[in-house]
Design a protein around this ligand. Structure first.
Ligand SMILES: [Zn+2]
Ligand SMILES: [Zn+2]
Length: 445
């Protein structure tokens, strides 16, 4: 292919701006722009035509210059035409593909910069919705002239806007993980910005019993309010999720928050030790450079000694996935107070410790959660059991086991659904009175 002749043939029929001509050859040369490619092609053609005139092929030269001026909108060609007395060719064109959109982006850019100014961000990405006709016209041109070295209008347009916005805001374009995505809808001349979620990792401690991890709607009224829930619409007045979310949303000015826990403890269990890992996902945050020490203080103030957090740091969607997938396998440590129907002695407790050391447990879904979980058998491991007798019929036990084991049922046996169990080995009925989670193994150090 003779590139210059090919380009000239296109310009004979179609008026094209520098961008749209250059874009047809976008895969040639690097570290430049389509605008410069288009300009350079037009300039070389102009020089060639000028040379024709100087070498005595005046008509041939003028013919090319007229094409470049009338369909290329090319000022240098018009200048030479003027010099040779042709004054009726105008250098202003309407580009066949884009309709000169690249010259009319100022308003769009101003709108983008204005919308972005409401947010804190360090990276962004521009995307766009392009009128179908633009792609159609470009496709038509490409098949007509067998052009296959170009890129799409959309990618050039996005990059073009991105560069201008980058210059105006001083923020970086990121293709992989932008803080904000700017969406330019050219069909409706509208600009929207979407702030990407912010993820914050931490560990929570629950120091009193009776707080669920997530909001618990009253089952009698479904949240509308009824005598049973004292017209609050909930079974429990607050939740860990709410206690943590409120200050998070205040500081980030986010639209909403989603709480992801690494598993959950029962409502009546405390969560002690280092606390349970969680990630809170903030949707559409306006602030993202927040002081996590300050956030920690605000959450702990809001928790009023019932719930507190520590080890806050910024996190990612990837970590949420890990947290969810790995939680059922990570090691847990519990402290239980157990009451038995009968008399305890040290020997029995020693036997219990020995028996459950490294023991595999077959556990069918407990009766108490059967209404919301599928009935299946889980095999989980108990690593160790340490007992301390407190009275004739009460002892304290520290259990280390695999995540996902229902420890209350390990004690009671759950009518034979958990095997073996403390009840079975002690040969008397055993019940868990109190439960604390002492440790949840972290996924990331
Ligand atoms: Zn164009
Ligand atoms: Zn209710």
């Amino acid at each position: 292919m003779n590139l210059l002749e090919h380009a000239l043939k296109i310009l004979v029929k179609y008026p094209l701006c520098d961008h749209c001509l250059g874009r047809q050859f976008a895969m040639l040369a690097r570290g430049t722009t389509n605008e410069l490619r288009g300009y350079s092609i037009k300039l070389l053609l102009t020089m060639k035509a000028h040379l024709h005139i100087k070498e005595g092929r005046r008509e041939e030269g003028l013919k090319i210059l007229k094409i470049l001026a009338s369909n290329g909108g090319f000022q240098p060609a018009e200048n030479i035409l003027n010099k040779y007395g042709c004054r009726n060719v105008h250098g202003k064109i309407k580009c066949y593909i884009c309709g000169n959109i690249f010259e009319e982006t100022e308003e769009i850019v101003d709108e983008i910069v204005k919308k972005l100014s409401e947010y804190e961000y360090s990276t962004f990405l521009v995307g766009s919705k392009i009128p179908g006709e633009i792609a159609e016209r470009e496709d038509k041109l490409r098949s007509e002239y067998e052009l296959n070295l170009g890129e799409s209008f959309k990618s050039e347009f996005n990059r073009f806007l991105g560069k201008i916005v980058q210059k105006k805001t001083g923020r970086e374009v990121s293709f992989k993980k932008p803080d904000i995505v700017v969406l330019v809808d050219l069909t409706r001349k509208k600009v929207e910005v979407e702030s990407k979620p912010l993820y914050i990792y931490g560990r929570y401690r629950k120091l009193i019993r009776g707080i669920p991890q997530s909001t618990w709607i009253c089952s009698s009224c479904g949240g509308l309010g009824c005598p049973e829930c004292n017209y609050t619409g909930r079974k429990y007045p607050t939740s860990i999720e709410e206690i943590i979310s409120k200050p998070v949303l205040e500081l980030t000015m986010g639209e909403s928050a989603v709480f992801h826990g690494a598993g959950r403890e029962d409502v009546d269990a405390r969560m002690l030790g280092r606390g349970r890992p969680f990630v809170i996902e903030v949707k559409k945050p306006k602030r993202r450079f927040i002081d996590l020490k300050l956030l920690e203080e605000k959450i702990n103030e809001n928790g009023k000694g019932t719930v507190e957090v520590q080890s806050l740091r910024f996190s990612s969607r990837m970590e949420v996935r890990k947290l969810k997938n790995l939680a059922p396998y990570t090691r847990k440590k519990y402290r239980l107070t157990v009451r038995v129907d009968g008399d305890l002695n040290e020997e029995m407790l020693k036997r219990l410790e020995e028996y459950f050391n490294g023991r595999e447990i077959k556990q069918r879904t407990p009766l108490r959660v059967l209404h919301r979980r599928a009935d299946k058998v889980r095999i989980k491991k108990v690593y160790s059991v340490k007992c301390r007798r407190i009275s004739q019929s009460i002892f304290e036990v520290i259990i280390e086991c695999q995540g996902g084991l229902y420890v209350k049922e390990l004690v009671s046996g759950d009518e034979g659904r958990t095997k073996p169990s403390f009840s079975e080995i002690l040969n008397m009925s055993a019940t868990c009175l109190e439960l604390d989670v002492l440790d949840v193994e972290g996924l990331v150090s």
